[in-house]
Design a protein around this ligand. Sequence first.
Ligand code: GAP
Length: 575
Amino acid sequence: MGDIYDNVMELAKRRGFVWPSSECYGAVAGFIDYGPLGAMLKRKIENIWRDFYIIREGYYEIEAPTVGVESIYVASGHVKGFADKMFQCPSCREYHRADHIAEEHGTTNADTLSPKALAEIINGLPCPSCGEIIENADVFYFNLMFQTTIGPGSQRTGYLRPETAQGIFTDFNRLSRFYREKLPFGAVQIGKSYRNEISPRQGMIRLREFTQAEAEIFIHPEHKDHPDFSRYADYTIPLWGQTQQMQDIKPITVSMREAVDSGLVANEYVAYYIALTHEFLTQVGVNGDKLRFRQHLPTECAHYALDCWDAEIFSERFGWVEAVGIADRTDYDLKAHATGSGDSFTVFIPYDTVHHENRRTIVPDMGALGPHYRGKAKAVADALKESAPGPDGATVTVDGDELFIPPDLYKIREETVEVRGEEVMPHVVEPSYGIDRIIYCTLEHAYEEEDVEGEVRKVLHLNPAVAPVQAAVFPLMNRDGLDTIAQALSASIQKHGILAQYDDNGAIGRRYRRQDEIGTPYTITVDYDSREDDTVTLRERDSMQQVRLPISLVPETLSRLIEGTLPFSEAGSKI
Ligand code: GAP
């Protein structure tokens, strides 16, 4: 078997999973089309994700525009800081990411280095495009957002969203009302995000338009215990914490309970979504032996984040690929949008019992302030309300001037007030999934070539729940009524919501190969016995075993096989 990436992509292109986008005009790097089978596979993976997050967790899905006004991305920090470090090769004029070239030549964590430090490393290395030695190249920042203008002749700047998350943050106050202002609550979004990657050379791994599935879970900053933590408390997986990475030792296998209790993972919320992510990824077909969870090193973790973990999937071509990021982002995003928009971005949390507080209010005497301060009286009054007067008076600053206000120009009211609760700015826990990376890794892990009687059998061992075509029906011959029985059977399978392909073209062995290649888990053959005894042969893709069962039982049996509630050995009588 040659390079697995080349083999997987050859199959993916030939059979209609993934195509270069706008190929007839010369495809542009970083954009892909999902063909008929790829689009189906993608939808199924996304729908399993929805089962986890919407149906099970109860976080509803929203759909915000992919174009956002500039103020969103100024507030979020993307306009200023969402940039990669690049250089232009002085010989061939191609642009490249400086940290990637440095890492390819042995520098670790090159993305944390300054442009100056990177320039020192890359000068003297060969350019990956032309092979010439890079000399006197500067490294500079390049913002990854695609900029646009909104409306004709408009000066209003917009950006294609670089992540789906901001659409959820900007809807925070509406979401809070939707959930009746009760923490915790969450919202999810699946959709396209855009990053003008500098030189995407990694197929489906680094795209300029890609699909993210993100959940933003808003929690009380002081209550980070997940209400359903018991579901995953005993879930045990390898975690590669900062300490193990820095000591160069292997990930440690611990339960989520141990991970939180030992301080390896910051809190139950983060541990819960690490475990859920592991369950989701293995369910859609990622090989559990090629999956690890790696904590961000202090140099990688955003300064505001409390804890960050990446789900990394091993690809034979690309090494460990970050497919999901799980982070406790504290109140960074909500605070940023509160400052940017002037809205409050808080939730009113009632206390269990009413509190009583002594409150001191300063009440300016406008009748007395007016003659003293004339046009400035209102500003002085506002400043007084915020001041802390001493026994002789209050000092305030108005328009840059410091003023001393004697006590006869205001009153101090002391009162005991009832306080029923407090305004709280929630913290955000964010699991963020890259769907295209998950799809590529699923295809790579599912791909196998084997020698069957001197012929290469290419198989995609896709999980039946995500396989684009779930069953195929073959009449042994395209005549003698076998075709009519097979067509009727296809129709009754389809009525059960199962996508079944009818195929009467070519030798039966070839038809099996065609279905194996696209990952169809079950095939049914109608033969001459079917006319006599109303039974058919059902074949399982992975074991290639066959059983015989009555035609009338096929749709129900397939449903149970696909949902995993029936072992194949019990699907019929062994042949
Ligand atoms: N809201 C957080 C966020 O966007 P991120 O780590 O930048 O975090 C999340 O992105 C996930 O999106 C990544 O783990 C990765 O799977 C996917 N992703 C990011 N950039 C990508 C790209 N250029 N092409 C394909 N997938 C990408």
